[in-house]
Design a protein around this ligand. Structure first.
Ligand code: NAP
Length: 446
């Protein structure tokens, strides 16, 4: 452990931290350029992140004026780390090389190791000369929208910027590491009532779900809306159902086990479909969808909530999109941010146009949306769905668990934090929110 890491963990003041030298290298989880062909010819599900994700020392890059070094106490596994580690749909080194050609500072990213991870919570160690709002010693969490603020297209809604990137996926120096390099405009306050690992698992999925459902840029959910949420205890779904409940809507959660049904019931979601138990077969073979199975899902939803969904919260993609377009209400919205089961989508367009439905694409969140979503975590209005915690040297195992859909909610990863449960600064707020509510996923988790 470096001197500065030890000092930060022991509670050194910001002034003390800024006077200490940064280490020349730091421990991080990374994939290697030399490995990008290692899974060629294998089926996706057989590609194993445990063989491609490495943990070791990497050189600390120089800090740009608009950046901060953050001691990462904890991070989390997002599906994008699974994509990076199985080199699908593309090896991420192409993203790093492109960024490397943009500027002197961008060139730092084009390395032969890609340090992954798009979430984190920790302590600011040092700030670049242009950083105004954050200081060494600040406890922070960070979102992953990486934008160039000198690009005119990055203003208004920064997610529309032509060179918008996801930190730790399309950039280097991500959060699954003891130190991360982030732009100052990625930083947000750490929730005071949460531990480091509870704080670290939210920003990516929480902000994405917020934009998809709540923001004016998404499906604009309103009170009374019925919302079908696929993967309702997964990373995105666990936040989505909470937004629907908080906003006066009725979530219909789809999951694949009795234990996940239990989680949703504890969260206050009464209308739940166990898709495994229901045994839907939307595809009768690789090329043919079965409309009668879409109809059966629609009937099941009506049976639970008396109507068709105003909004369908989509991300599984090819396996479910045909059904999602079919079951959405006349005039309803299918909001999608992903395609885990395949991105070549097929749906029956007659159901879309004749019933005046809308498919809305969504991707992460701008700073304002991420900040607002983080604020709701800070106020205890949205709960962190932390179900299990791994150490940094177990990152491959943690990513494997997510890749094989063996997890619930979010998986935390301890980076510089020596143990779980540290970092809670406001026990009174924690008590008010309720230990029982804060640990719903943990109690059901692996
Ligand atoms: P996750 O934690 O793995 O959860 C996904 C859930 O989807 C699983 O729990 C599973 O729930 C369900 N699911 C998986 N395959 C399915 C299928 N074939 N049919 C129906 N349900 C299925 O992942 P996540 O963090 O929620 O992310 C989901 C996807 O969104 C990933 O592809 C990720 O890369 C993407 N994503 C995109 C953005 C963005 O900004 N564009 C942000 C976050 C995530 P059950 O088995 O319980 O049904």
């Amino acid at each position: 452990m470096s001197e500065i890491t030890r000092a930060a963990i022991e509670g050194a003041t910001g002034e003390d931290l800024s006077s200490l030298p940064m280490p020349e290298s730091y421990r991080a989880a990374f994939v290697r350029r030399q490995d990008i062909e290692m899974f060629d010819g294998m089926a996706s599900e057989d590609k194993d992140p445990r063989t491609s994700l490495h943990v070791g020392d990497v050189a600390l890059p120089e800090l740009a004026p608009d950046e901060a070094y953050v001691l990462i106490m904890a991070s989390s596994i997002n599906f994008n780390t699974v994509w990076t580690s199985i080199f699908e749909p593309l090896p991420t080194f192409g993203f790093l090389d492109r960024l490397g050609k943009e500027s002197v500072w961008g060139a730092r990213h084009a390395r032969d190791e890609h340090v992954v991870g798009s979430d984190g919570a920790g302590i600011v160690l040092k700030t670049g000369s242009a950083v105004r709002s954050w200081r060494p010693g600040d406890k922070v969490t960070m979102h992953c929208n990486y934008v160039d603020d000198q690009d005119p297209s990055a203003h208004d809604d920064s997610m529309l910027a032509t060179n918008q990137r996801i930190w730790g996926f399309e950039t280097n120096f991500g959060g699954l590491a003891e130190i991360a390099v982030v732009k100052a405009n990625q930083l947000m306050p750490k929730p005071t009532h949460l531990s480091w690992e509870e704080s670290a698992v939210n920003a990516l999925c929480n902000s994405t779900s917020y934009r998809m459902l709540v923001s004016g840029n998404g499906a604009r959910m309103t009170q009374g809306d019925k919302v079908l949420v696929w993967g309702a205890t997964g990373g995105l779904g666990a936040f989505a159902v909470q937004y629907v409940l908080n906003g006066g809507g009725t979530p219909v959660g789809v999951v694949s086990s009795a234990s996940k049904v239990g989680i949703l019931n504890e969260l206050g979601v009464d209308a739940v479909i166990d898709r495994k138990a229901a045994g839907y077969r939307f595809w009768s073979d690789e090329h043919t969808q079965d409309e009668s199975e879409w109809r059966r899902l629609g009937k099941d939803i009506r049976g639970l909530v008396g109507d068709d969904p105003d909004i369908v919260f989509e991300h599984p993609g090819r396996q479910t999109m045909g059904a999602s377009v079919f079951v959405a209400k006349r005039g309803g919205t299918i909001v999608t941010c992903a395609a885990t089961s395949g991105y070549k989508i097929e749906y029956d367009n007659r159901h879309l146009w004749m019933k005046l439905k809308t498919i809305k694409g969504s991707h992460f969140a701008n700073y304002r949306e991420a900040w607002h979503a983080n604020q709701l975590i800070c106020e205890g209005k949205i709960l962190p769905p932390l179900s299990a915690v791994y150490r940094l040297d177990e990152v491959g195992e943690a990513a494997y668990t997510v890749h094989r859909n063996l997890h619930e909610g979010k998986i935390g990863v301890l980076c510089a934090a020596p143990s779980e449960g540290l970092g809670i600064d406001d026990p009174a707020l924690r008590e008010k929110v309720g230990e029982d509510r804060l640990t719903i996923f943990r109690r059901h988790g692996a």
